[in-house]
Structure formats: structure tokens, C-alpha cells
Ligand binder design. Structure first.
Ligand SMILES: *[C@@H]1O[C@H](CO)[C@@H](O)[C@H](O)[C@H]1NC(C)=O
Length: 368
């Protein structure tokens, strides 16, 4: 008679299944991929994904290196270029898959002598293909220029932001450099950011495949659409300012992800980037000072925590990380499927329980 008792009350079973479902959904939400890696005082600011090598690439605040970081967190130095000025910073990185090379924006922080350049290195051997000095718009400009981020188009032309001078350089596949855009649009909006970053203007940029660039400006939170041939710039009207915007990346589905040290914004446009809408935000832990964002296969987005501010202040640091970021809003669709699966499981279990009950009843009848 005791066995019969076990099957009479369905409540514990359902509670168990609901708890189980909740558990799975929290595990799914929290199980984003984190890659911890160690390299004493590397302080990387720039991040790129190399699809052929299947690893990330990162620069360094002072080491004049580009390192490959595997999914397991193994660090390998791909480029070491001691012919660059001592302590020069390797900032933005971009992989030019067509030409099998990586492009790096180089800048010397004060009090080092001014230095702003774009370098290209072979992705296999790590050897340097060119080093191009970036020309200044006017005399004395070198004091505030900061070659910050780089993007590449399908022909191998590179685009480099000058975040101190608020203009954009273009560098041909062969390494010839000129000023593409020194638009008045870049200086007509008020700065809305604390003093520390007030001199940081146009920063992250991405080539969108249709002949233009999308460029974000840290100290105003604005986004610009810039023609990649003639440099004509237009403000992209957004529903909010992306204050502190640093890196930017484009997903295959057309969604643009912008990162600051505090969050990632997901932005989309349905009119070719005259207007855009921020449709989700992901909060980040700002302790590691996130600076860059990349997308690898299956649209997975990763940010780099390179502790660069600590490095600039002269602190030491050995551990850095690359962290996958996921939009809760976008995972809702996946969660619906999870609930459906758990629902089917529950129905199946209840059916099984019903059959067992029948079996027990039959057996009881026989015994009695
Ligand atoms: C480069 O950095 C090291 C360590 O911070 C310092 O000792 C050295 O003087 C720097 N070199 C230059 C040229 O500033």
C-alpha cells in the first residue's frame, strides 16, 4: 500500500520540473564563454579575431607585440617589432583576410615623442609588410593626434581614426596614407563626458560593406556614417547618446555592437544608417576597463578586458580576459525553445507516472 501513496500527489513533481527549468535557464544565461590569459604587463587595448588561425589577436600598451590568444587562453607572440619606437602602444587591430595580414594602429603616449602610424604584418610569419606614417592636417597637429582604431574594407584599404584630431586617415593596400575625412560634423556636438576622456573624439569604426564606415565618438556619444571614397560624413540619428563609446563591430545580420568601459549597446537601422535604434544594452564589469569588441563565427561577440588604464597609471597586472557577451533580449527566443523542451519532458513524465500508477493498481489488485 505504501507504493500507491508515492504517486498520488503530483505537486512535488511539477515543482521539481519548474525548479529544473529555472536552473537550466539561469545556467544558459550565465554560461557565456570566458577566456582568461596571463602575460605580465601586456595591457592589451585592441582585439581582433583571426578566422583562419581560429584565435584572437591582441596588442599591447608598451610591448610592441601582437599576441594570439587561443580559446584555452594560451598566449603566443605573433608579432614582435623592436624596430618600432620604444614603449609605443599598439592600439586598434584589424584582420585583412583577403591579404592574409593584420593591420595595427600605433601611437606613442606622452611624454614619448609624437608618433602615429599604421603597420601591416603577415598573419602567418608575423613579418612586417609596411609601416606608414600618418600625415597631419596642419602643423602642430602631431601633439594632439592619436591613431586609435583601424578598420579594413574588402579591397584591403585601411581606415584609421584620429581620436585627438577628429579626422580619419585612409591607407591603401600598399601603404600610402592620406586624410580621408576632416569633416566639420566631427566637431559640432558638445562634449558630454568627464574630463579624463574629454580629448577622446572619434574612436571605433567599422566598414559596413556598402561603401561607408560607421564611426563612434567617445566624448559626444555620437555615431557618424562616413563615405569610404570621398569622406563625406553624416550624423546617424540615434535614440540615445553612446557616451564613452570605444570599439565597434558589425554582425552579419546588420546589428552594430558598440562597447564602452561600462556596457555594450546593440544598435540596428532599417534605413541604411540615417537613423539607428539602440534595442538592447548589456552591462559590463568595468574593473577590467573593456575597450574592444569583436564577432567570431556564429555571431558570437567578445569584449576585451585589458586593464589599460591601470597600465597607463604604472600599475602591474598579469591576468587579462576576453569575455563573450550576450543580449538577454536576443536569448529570449532561445529560452522559449528551452521551455517547450522542458514542457514536453514534463508531459512525458506525467504520462509515465500515470502508467506506473495503473501498473501499481493492477499489481495491488492481483496481490489482494
Ligand atoms: C619605456 O618604459 C620603461 C618602463 O616603464 C622605462 O624605464 C623607459 O625609460 C621607457 N623608455 C622611453 C624611451 O621612454
Amino acid at each position: 500500500m505504501t507504493s500507491k501513496h508515492c504517486f498520488t500527489n503530483p505537486t512535488p513533481t511539477i515543482v521539481f520540473f519548474l525548479l529544473f527549468a529555472l536552473q537550466i535557464s539561469t545556467i544558459l544565461a550565465a554560461s557565456s564563454h570566458v577566456i582568461n590569459f596571463r602575460s605580465p604587463n601586456l595591457f592589451p587595448e585592441g582585439l581582433a579575431w583571426d578566422p583562419t588561425g581560429q584565435h584572437f589577436l591582441v596588442g599591447s600598451l608598451r610591448h610592441r607585440t601582437i599576441s594570439a590568444i587561443s580559446d584555452a587562453g594560451v598566449v603566443e607572440t605573433l608579432v614582435s617589432d623592436p624596430s618600432l619606437p620604444e614603449n609605443v602602444t599598439i592600439l586598434g587591430l584589424a584582420v585583412d583576410s583577403r591579404n592574409n595580414r593584420v593591420l595595427a594602429a600605433l601611437h606613442a603616449l606622452p611624454p614619448l615623442p609624437p608618433f602615429n602610424a599604421l603597420a601591416a604584418y603577415d598573419l602567418r610569419s608575423g613579418s612586417r609588410l609596411f609601416l606608414s606614417a600618418l600625415p597631419y592636417a596642419e602643423e602642430g597637429d602631431e601633439k594632439r593626434a592619436v591613431a586609435n582604431d583601424v578598420a579594413v574594407d574588402f579591397k584591403g584599404n585601411a581606415y584609421v581614426t584620429n581620436s585627438g584630431g577628429n579626422y580619419i586617415w585612409k591607407v591603401s593596400e600598399k601603404g600610402e596614407a592620406w586624410i580621408l575625412s576632416n569633416s566639420a560634423r566631427f566637431t559640432e556636438h558638445p562634449m558630454i563626458i568627464g574630463e579624463k576622456f574629454s580629448s577622446c573624439g572619434i574612436n571605433g569604426l567599422v566598414y559596413n560593406g556598402k561603401g561607408y564606415l560607421l564611426v563612434v565618438q567617445s566624448n559626444t556619444g555620437k555615431m557618424f556614417k562616413v563615405d569610404a571614397d570621398d569622406g563625406v560624413a553624416k550624423l546617424v540619428l540615434l535614440n540615445e547618446d553612446l557616451v564613452g563609446a570605444d570599439g565597434v563591430v558589425l554582425r552579419n545580420d546588420g546589428v552594430v555592437l558598440v562597447v564602452s568601459s561600462k556596457r555594450v549597446w546593440l544598435v540596428k537601422s532599417n534605413d541604411g544608417w540615417s537613423q539607428g535604434v539602440v534595442f538592447d544594452k548589456i552591462d559590463l564589469d568595468d574593473e577590467g576597463f573593456p575597450t574592444s569588441i569583436v564577432v567570431r563565427e556564429r555571431e558570437r561577440a567578445y569584449v576585451l578586458h585589458g586593464h589599460v588604464l591601470e597600465g597607463i597609471s604604472g600599475n602591474s597586472c598579469e591576468s587579462f580576459k576576453i569575455e563573450e557577451v550576450r543580449s538577454a533580449r536576443e536569448s529570449e527566443g532561445e529560452n522559449v525553445w528551452m521551455y517547450v523542451m522542458v514542457g514536453i519532458g514534463l508531459a512525458y513524465f506525467l504520462f509515465w507516472r500515470f502508467q506506473m500508477k495503473q501498473l501499481v493498481n493492477n499489481m495491488n489488485k492481483k496481490i489482494n
